[in-house]
Design a protein around this ligand. Structure first.
Ligand SMILES: [Zn+2]
Ligand SMILES: [Zn+2]
Length: 254
């Protein structure tokens, strides 16, 4: 085992559990040599046993980093400061990114997280975001833009974005790669690949192609350039793992 992959989501999204798991699983299926080293565990609406603290006045304080609720509440607080919560009901993706980047659990034991929120996300200078990721660390995805007027979720469209963000987490479109462009971060330019960027947030075409390619030809959701990048990423991870563990054993034995 090299890294745990943890799936986290807000309360109310339990029904999406199998779909989020399947999306991550399908991406890991593209790397059969490495998949077993990265077990997927769903923690859902996770909180530790010290998530909440009762204040003398009877109010409940959410302890930083100790629950999904805290991450969401902090992103909402930022959105209130920036008047986005009041005007558009959005929460700050930048705050989520900052907080997940300094997660003490992850610092202690490196792990990958996929956090799904039902809130609409915004970033400075953008009306909305579907998600964001940090390589070798985490992905954040919102369901908000996939819910229609009848409160129905476009499950496959949402899954495409989970896969896309997870693809960033595993370094598929690193800067300087062939067949990538640099709009809102680095993206694949190959037709039919889910690592392409849609500036308008409309992943419906890409989702249709993804599903048809899988059904008709059993093809993976990412192109061969992306698979090649992923192979390099996982090989690097393995090398770092072997190196650090080799050193630790050496230190203990001598
Ligand atoms: Zn992207
Ligand atoms: Zn690609």
């Amino acid at each position: 085992m090299i890294r745990n992959i943890y799936i986290l989501y807000e309360q109310g999204l339990e029904v999406l559990k199998p779909h989020i798991e399947d999306a991550v699983e399908q991406m890991m299926d593209c790397f059969p040599r490495h998949k077993a080293n990265y077990p997927i565990t769903t923690l859902g609406n996770w909180h530790s046993d010290k998530a909440e603290k009762m204040l003398p006045n009877g109010n409940i304080l959410l302890e930083p980093y100790e629950s999904v609720d805290w991450y969401i509440a902090n992103a909402k607080l930022k959105a209130m400061e920036q008047n986005r919560w009041q005007t558009r009901g959005q929460i700050s993706i930048d705050q989520l990114y900052t907080d997940l980047s300094s997660d003490p659990y992850c610092k202690k034991i490196p792990q990958w997280s996929v956090l799904v929120t039902k809130h609409d996300l915004y970033a400075d200078g953008l009306n909305f975001c579907l998600g964001v990721s940090k390589e070798n660390a985490f992905s954040i995805v919102s369901t908000a833009r996939f819910i229609d007027r009848n409160n129905c979720l476009d499950v496959e469209g949402f899954k495409t974005v989970v896969m896309h963000e997870f693809g960033h987490l595993i370094g598929l479109t690193h800067e300087g790669r062939a067949n990538t462009s640099e709009q809102l971060g680095s993206h694949c330019t190959n037709d039919g690949c889910i690592m392409q960027q849609r500036m308008d947030g409309d992943f419906r075409d890409i989702t249709r192609v993804r599903l048809a390619a899988k059904k008709l030809y059993g093809l993976p959701p990412i192109c061969s350039d992306c698979i090649e990048s992923g192979e390099k990423f996982f090989t690097r991870q393995q090398a770092v793992y072997d190196y650090t563990h080799g050193i630790l054993h050496g230190g203990r034995n001598t």
